[in-house]
Structure formats: structure tokens, C-alpha cells
Design a protein around this ligand. Structure first.
Ligand code: AMP
Length: 361
């Protein structure tokens, strides 16, 4: 079902996925008077703790999906790895936003890269790899170091192997266990940035200020706004995000991750059609936060103002870092957000802190 219908406050938004992004989306929806209904396989997940309704079922349970689609007015999602058939089934009853094409593209690194190139944007050099011979010839074309990445289901550095020496090629290929992969040239970037863009079904676009991101152990550690990137980089990055959102006929929120080189090139890495970890700063540092903006875009409401209230640095709380909650609460400029996860594990995102920084002149 594709329409530009508006869903007014009081409507019910269905959310596929039960993680922290769904939780914060549901809280923002509730603030605007919406009802929320999460669909996910895990009972007691962070999202279901705060929604009006929860369906705890597998993503391929057709009966449960059909009842869910009847119970909601519009459907969105908080992660990308949703089977095509699930979206198709839901979409026959209630519009799924962002649409199936956006989701399909963002699920596969090869589809994403082809789209970026079609739009005249720069990507890291890459090659589609099916066999060990493909990998060997791609290494000789692209050079080393390079990263072998699964096309689908990768996140936080999972499904990636860095190859620094030709002797590692065979092992790297074996490690991928037959999954479809691409080889990507290693970008020696100056910084990593991300752009969040909202586009409503009415076609209105709104960009958030660019966040500068630092990763630790392949997981996002901090995002700082505003970025220290040059105006040229800012213009290129915002322009790239606008082109991608328009090409995909986005209805919702989209994050675009990019590398910036020391000669001010902007290299597009990947996209995610949902709220993004690098946008959490906006919950305290921006006039409209990313979750409210996602609600507005998905429901086809006017989009909100995205001006910075004050410079902000978001720090993720990974694993046992969240045990220090009392210390964060005691800091006057720190805003603590915890996700209600019962068990802390190494590498697991448990919460984040937004540090409100002094205004710059
Ligand atoms: P990804 O899953 O593609 O977002 O990769 C996770 C992180 O690994 C990125 O944020 C970068 O820090 C690093 N990375 C990924 N691809 C490359 C690349 N081609 N060159 C350099 N660093 C990369």
C-alpha cells in the first residue's frame, strides 16, 4: 500500500523490532499522543516495556503478522533485517514506511554502493565476490589493506575481516562461510560523519546537523555536534543525503554514514532507514529529536525544526559502562538514557549519555 495518507495523533503506529531504537521511537510517539504496538520475537525487550501493545512472535508467523497489520494504522521498523515477505504481507493492510524499496536497498551493501555510484557519489573501491578467484583478482585490482564484508546482516563490525597481507586471503574467504560478500578498499579517513535526513510522504525534507563519530572496537563510542568538518565537506555531505533520500522516495528517517578524507572528499559508506545511534545527541541537544522527527515523517506530519540548542557530545554506554549510572546522574551537564536491558554483556549497548557542552562563539 503506497499512499501519502496522514496519520493524526491518536492513531496506532506498529513497530517491527524490539531494541532501544524502537523504545525511544515509542516514547516519542507517545509524547505526541500516538499509541504504539511492537512486533518482535523477544519477550521483555526494551521496546515492549514502553508500548501500549506487544506481539511477541517470529517475523515469519503469517497469522500473527496479519493480526498485527489489522491492529495498527501504519508500520515502521527499527532495524533493517526484516524479510521481504513480512513487509509485503503487512503492506497489503497498512502502509510500511520507509517503503520496501528503501529497506531492500539498505539490506545489502552491494545494492547500496550501486545506488551511490548511480547518483554520482563516491564510495570506497569495491568488488562483488563470489569465489576465491574473484577475491584474489579483486585484491590485485583494489590493493591492500582491504576489508571483506558480508553483503547482508553485518553491524558493529560483525561480518567483516580486514586483509592486510596476501597470505590472509584464503582464511578471510573461508571465514565468510559462503555468505555473499564484497571486498572494499580501506579508506584512510580523517574523520567519520553521519547525516540524518527526514523526508515526509508529502516530499518535505529536513536535515539534522552533521554528527562527527568516533568508533571503538568497531562500535560507535561518541558522536559530537556540530562537526569540525569544513563547509565544503558539510555541503557535499548534506547534498549526498538529499540525493539518496529523493532517489529512494524515502518516507521516514534515513541515516547516511560517510568517511571524510584529508583532501575534503566525502565517501559514502552505508545507509540505515531508521533512527540511528549517531542521532541520539538530538534527544537533548536539538529542537526536535530524531525519534520525534521519525514519527512526524512516518505519519506525514509537518517536520520539526532541527536547530542545535547547544553543542552536544553523545557517549554510548557499552556493557558494564552503564553500571556507573550514579556517577552520570551526578554530573550537571550529563543527560542519562538507559534502555532497560536486564543483562549487561561486553559489546552490548546499554544506554547513552548526552553531555551538553558550552555554546561556541
Ligand atoms: P560498517 O559496518 O561498514 O559501518 O563499518 C564499521 C566501521 O568500520 C566504520 O564505521 C569504520 O570505522 C570501519 N570501516 C568500515 N569500512 C571501512 C573502509 N572501507 N575503510 C576504513 N574503515 C572502514
Amino acid at each position: 500500500m503506497s499512499s501519502s495518507k496522514r496519520f493524526a495523533p491518536g492513531s496506532t503506529i506498529g513497530i517491527l523490532g524490539g531494541g532501544q531504537l524502537g523504545r525511544m521511537f515509542a516514547l516519542a510517539a507517545s509524547r505526541l499522543g500516538y499509541k504504539t504496538h511492537v512486533y518482535c520475537p523477544e519477550a521483555g525487550c526494551p521496546t515492549s516495556q514502553v508500548t501500549d501493545q506487544a506481539t511477541i512472535e517470529a517475523y515469519d508467523n503469517q497469522t500473527a503478522l496479519a493480526s498485527f497489520a489489522e491492529a495498527v494504522d501504519v508500520v515502521t521498523y527499527e532495524f533493517e533485517n526484516i524479510p521481504d515477505a513480512t513487509v509485503e504481507l503487512l503492506n497489503a493492510k497498512s502502509p510500511v514506511r520507509p517503503n520496501a524499496e528503501v529497506l531492500h536497498t539498505s539490506q545489502d551493501r552491494l545494492f547500496e554502493k550501486k545506488l551511490f555510484l548511480d547518483l554520482g557519489l563516491e564510495t570506497a573501491p569495491f568488488a562483488d565476490i563470489a569465489t576465491l578467484d574473484d577475491l584474489k583478482s579483486a585484491v590485485s585490482d583494489i590493493g591492500l589493506p582491504a576489508i571483506l564484508k558480508t553483503r547482508r546482516f553485518g553491524y558493529d563490525g560483525k561480518g567483516q575481516v580486514k586483509i592486510t597481507d596476501e597470505s590472509q586471503i584464503e582464511q578471510a574467504f573461508a571465514d565468510m562461510a559462503g555468505a555473499p560478500v564484497i571486498l572494499e578498499g580501506f579508506v584512510s579517513f580523517e574523520s567519520e560523519i553521519s547525516v540524518l535526513i527526514a523526508q515526509s510522504p508529502a516530499g518535505e525534507q529536513s536535515l539534522f546537523p552533521i554528527a562527527e563519530n568516533v568508533h571503538k572496537n568497531h562500535i560507535l563510542d561518541t558522536s559530537t555536534v556540530p562537526t569540525s568538518a569544513s563547509q565544503k565537506v558539510v555541503d557535499r555531505a548534506l547534498d549526498a543525503a538529499k540525493k539518496i533520500a529523493a532517489a529512494l522516495k524515502l518516507e521516514g528517517l534515513l541515516a547516511v554514514e560517510m568517511f571524510v578524507t584529508n583532501d575534503d572528499r566525502v565517501i559514502i559508506n552505508e545507509i540505515a532507514p531508521r533512527p540511528h545511534n549517531s542521532g541520539h545527541w538530538s534527544m537533548d541537544g536539538c529542537q526536535t529529536d530524531q525519534f520525534e522527527q521519525a514519527v512526524r515523517a512516518v505519519c506525514n506530519l509537518p517536520l520539526g525544526d532541527t536547530s542545535i540548542i547547544t553543542p552536544t557530545k553523545m557517549k554510548n554506554l557499552i556493557g558494564d559502562e552503564a553500571d556507573d549510572w550514579a556517577a552520570y546522574l551526578a554530573e550537571p551537564n550529563a543527560k542519562l538514557h538507559l534502555y532497560g536491558k536486564a543483562e549487561s554483556r561486553p559489546g552490548r549497548k546499554m544506554g547513552h549519555v548526552n553531555y551538553l557542552l558550552p555554546k561556541r562563539d
